[in-house]
Design a binder for this molecule. Structure first.
Ligand code: HEM
Ligand code: MG
Length: 333
């Protein structure tokens, strides 16, 4: 049985995080990176194992220490990913593609494919990564980054901020509607898409400034090179669910889009009334557990069942504070 997730840090002040012991190193043979510039950067600075294979506790510690991410959202996102992309028995997750380093696979339909796995966590209309339909859902995409630069010039005087995020999030959705016949924008992707649009304004901006304005040089460092700028300070207070939710509101409200998907052809977006949306946060949790996790693990037994139940319990921790009721897809342990 895995040990519980780390708690919050005592010291959540801004501090230098690009230090000699956590300096950037180029990839070594076999090192794995994936669709998340935050985790890629933490691995390339040694806050995570540099090979890109980590335990959930290591990920929670790393995002807290390296970026001052709040304990509630760190646990929520990490255990969501672990439950669908990780090896629950060995307690290891690849931050990119599938890897034998996470150990022996459980039986199908479980995937254990790492964060690159499409449609269980990773999804469409990403900021600097293309849709899986176009073949590569995880590598830095220069033409998308150039679009981000031009939006930042147009709406942010050269910086990425929440106003730019609102415009660019809408643009990425419109782009996928118009070009990707398989475009899907339902929970959990619906939530993670908006959250990802907010993260750079909070976590990639130096904590001595913390003004929500991200320069394109610094952005490229994180998104493409997985590197913190020289002397970088993490942000100046812990940013958890409530801080990120406030940012999401500012990204969503200028161009509200309901969850939905294309119907097998471009420009056929239909709203899906069954998807969780921003009016029903607990449904994000219950659907994820009852549909996504249970779909991958219809009938677990033994160590796998115990590990699933433990990880489901950790995943629920931050939801208890949101007034959600715990669900037990495998029976109450
Ligand atoms: C994207 C996982 C923490 C910033 C993603 C994606 C995954 C992921 C699977 C791909 C989703 C998609 O675009 O389709 C995680 C996990 C975390 C975590 C498990 C554990 C807490 C962070 C942190 C930051 C961050 C701390 C910022 C410091 C981002 C950004 C994207 C992203 C900006 C969008 C990338 C792009 O498309 O350009 N993350 N993430 N994440 N993540 Fe993370
Ligand atoms: Mg994606």
């Amino acid at each position: 049985i895995p040990s519980p997730p780390p708690g919050p840090m005592n010291d959540t002040s801004a501090k230098a995080v690009n230090t000699p012991v956590n300096s950037w190193l180029p990839l070594a043979d076999g090192d794995i990176r994936g669709p998340c510039p935050g985790l890629n950067t933490l691995a390339s600075h040694g806050y995570l194992p540099r090979n890109g294979i980590a335990t959930p506790a290591q990920i929670v510690d790393a995002v807290q220490e390296g970026f001052n991410m709040g304990n509630d959202i760190a646990i929520f996102v990490t255990y969501a990913a672990m439950l669908v992309d990780g090896n629950l028995v060995t307690n290891l997750l690849s931050i990119g593609g599938k890897s034998s380093l996470t150990g022996t696979d459980p039986p199908a339909p479980a995937i254990v494919g790492g964060l690159n796995t499409h449609a269980v966590f990773e999804g469409d209309a990403s900021t600097t990564r293309a849709d899986a339909f176009f073949g590569d859902n995880h590598s830095f995409n220069e033409s998308l980054f150039q679009e981000l630069v031009s939006f930042s010039n147009k709406f942010g005087a050269g910086n990425y901020n929440l106003s730019v995020a609102a415009q660019f999030r809408f643009q990425r959705i419109q782009d996928s509607i118009a070009t990707n016949p398989t475009f899907s924008f339902v929970s959990p992707r619906y939530y993670t898409a908006y959250a990802e649009s907010v993260f750079p304004t909070v976590f990639f901006v130096d904590g001595r400034v913390a003004n929500g304005q991200l320069s394109m040089d610094v952005a490229r460092g994180f998104f493409q090179n997985m590197s913190m700028p020289p002397g970088f300070f993490r942000t100046n207070k812990s940013a958890g669910l409530s801080a990120i939710a406030t940012g999401i509101g500012q990204v969503f409200l200028p161009h509200p889009i309901e969850p939905g998907s294309n119907q097998g052809a471009v420009n056929t977006y239909e709203v899906n009334p069954n998807s969780a949306d921003f009016t029903n946060f607990c449904k994000l949790y219950t659907d994820f557990v009852n549909n996504t996790v249970k779909g991958l693990y219809p009938n677990p037994t033994g160590d796998l069942l115990n590990a699933l139940n433990a990880n489901l319990g950790f995943f629920f921790q931050p939801l208890a504070g949101q007034g959600c009721a715990q669900v037990f897809p495998f029976g109450q342990p």
